[in-house]
Design a protein around this ligand. Structure first.
Ligand SMILES: [Zn+2]
Length: 472
């Protein structure tokens, strides 16, 4: 049986409960759902409930009991005894979730894994990179998000609209490049979030880390409990606790990830940007809209002061860049590398008069990096990937006073493009890469985050070859 929709009880109540619950427990869940509906777990009406303390997780020394607060009141809702726990084997539930960490996180079915002092884990640990992003598995309301770091680390709890509670532990507490445990909550949680805030499924919640007893092993301790959860041990399978493992597998199988965590346009970066932007040095930006693939490049450009966000939390990553904007980005880049574009008193074009970019347009024209055969620059035209390749090749030539090696024919879909030779050259130097299907798509517009990656690689090449020095 495959239930692909909510149970009838759920529809009646107008509140999604289980989403897509699969398999033989759907009927039991429908009963559970109706019970919950009778006494709903009100998102936003629940009093602050302390998150369960972290069982000593990857480090065995802690003497913290697994469930230190047996006196904590049950959330409003049905009593635990109302659920036939023996029928609803938590390990078998498969919930419809968005994967709570970035693609590629490593985890195993460690729900029943023993921990010290006879405790059991009762969660799934997803290991990944420090400061990688964590996402809301379901839509709901944040019921706990301590801004003063608890002993078990930064943590966020979402009371899901499905009646369940999703707890994330060990969020980041380190400043970039350190293991100092001293970062404030702004490097643990997504900007703008606080207890009581609504979050949408897939929304950025915060950042993976090693706070609490996870020091040195960044991971997400991901815990799911249903609405009737009480602080009962899960040693015997638990009461109203849910093993997240199979739900995580299902989310992965469906490709249900947070935004920007996969399908990056350039796949594996053609060239590391470590010379220009060592990852243990570059500060993290707080943009919500930059995906995994391009985030290092965007952070790099911001650090070099080549680009900036459109707000503290947005980079407008998906926006196409225009020719006049690219002129300014190139002016900024050459400035940052110590080879600023020439000043010029010549007005090269008629259609950029009054643009804030006009000065930079004239300078890139004077430097021979961008231009036009006429007196029209087309300042508002979107920059194609092909013309970006040409601008990169010419910026390199200006900055390094050398020409990129020509390279070989790298892509099948740029034959006849006026940019083909430059596309081959930037590909040969690792400054641009194609899509995973082997194409370059020279006519496709360049987004702001793609530009971040392109220009960060150019910076990297310039630093590697001694034409530029990293920001102090
Ligand atoms: Zn854990």
């Amino acid at each position: 049986m495959d239930m692909s929709g909510p149970s009838p009880a759920v529809v009646e109540a107008g509140r999604p409960f289980a989403g897509r619950v699969r398999g033989r427990f759907a009927a039991v869940l429908a009963v559970t759902a109706s019970l919950l509906v009778a006494a709903p777990v009100g998102a936003g009406t629940t009093a602050e409930v302390a998150p369960p303390a972290e069982p000593a997780d990857l480090e065995p020394a802690s003497a913290t009991p697994a469930d230190p607060d047996p006196t904590a009141p049950a959330p409003p809702g049905l009593a635990a005894s109302a659920v036939d726990a023996s029928a609803v084997a938590p390990a078998d539930l498969v919930l419809d979730l968005t994967f709570p960490a970035e693609r590629g996180g490593r985890y195993s079915d460690d729900y029943y894994a023993p921990r010290s002092s006879g405790r059991t884990h009762c969660a799934t640990d997803v290991l990944g990179a420090k400061h990688s992003r964590l996402f809301a598995a379901v839509s709901g309301t944040i019921t706990s998000m301590p801004t003063t770091k608890p002993s078990y680390g930064y943590t966020v709890t979402v009371q899901g609209d499905d009646g369940r509670r999703y707890t994330y532990i060990h969020l980041n507490d380190d400043n970039p490049g350190t293991n100092d445990d001293a970062a404030g909550p702004h490097l643990a949680y997504a900007p703008g979030l606080a207890k009581g805030a609504r979050v949408a499924r897939g929304q950025l919640l915060g950042y993976m880390g090693d706070s609490g007893n996870a020091k040195g092993t960044p991971h997400l301790h991901f815990e799911v409990n249903d609405g009737a959860y009480q602080y009962a041990p899960c040693t015997t399978g638990g009461i109203n606790r849910i093993n997240p493992y199979r739900s995580l597998r299902q989310a992965e199988a469906e490709g249900d990830y947070g935004p920007g965590t996969g399908g990056g346009t350039t796949g594996t970066p053609a060239r590391s940007i470590h010379d220009a932007c060592p990852k243990d040095v570059v500060p993290w930006t707080t943009f919500l809209d930059v995906g995994t693939t391009h985030r290092p490049g965007v952070d790099c450009l911001v650090w070099w002061r080549v680009a900036a966000g459109t707000s503290r939390t947005t980079f407008s990553s998906g926006n196409s860049i225009t020719r006049e904007q690219l002129a300014t980005f190139i002016a900024n880049l050459t400035q940052a590398t110590g080879s600023p574009l020439p000043a010029t008193g010549t007005d090269h074009f008629d259609d950029d008069n009054g643009s804030v970019h006009e000065g930079n347009i004239n300078r890139v024209a004077a430097a021979g990096i961008m231009g036009s055969a006429t007196r029209s620059f087309s300042p508002g035209l979107a920059v194609s990937r092909g013309s970006m390749a040409t601008a990169i090749a010419k910026t390199y030539r200006y900055d390094a006073r050398a020409t990129l090696p020509a390279g070989t024919n790298a892509f099948p879909d740029d034959a006849g493009s006026t940019h083909e030779s430059n596309i081959n050259a930037v590909a040969a130097s690792g400054l641009a890469a194609g899509y995973s299907d082997g194409t370059f798509r020279p006519a496709a517009p360049v987004t702001r985050e793609q530009m971040g990656t392109f220009l960060a690689r150019l910076l990297d090449l310039l630093v590697e070859q001694g034409h530029a020095a990293r920001p102090a």
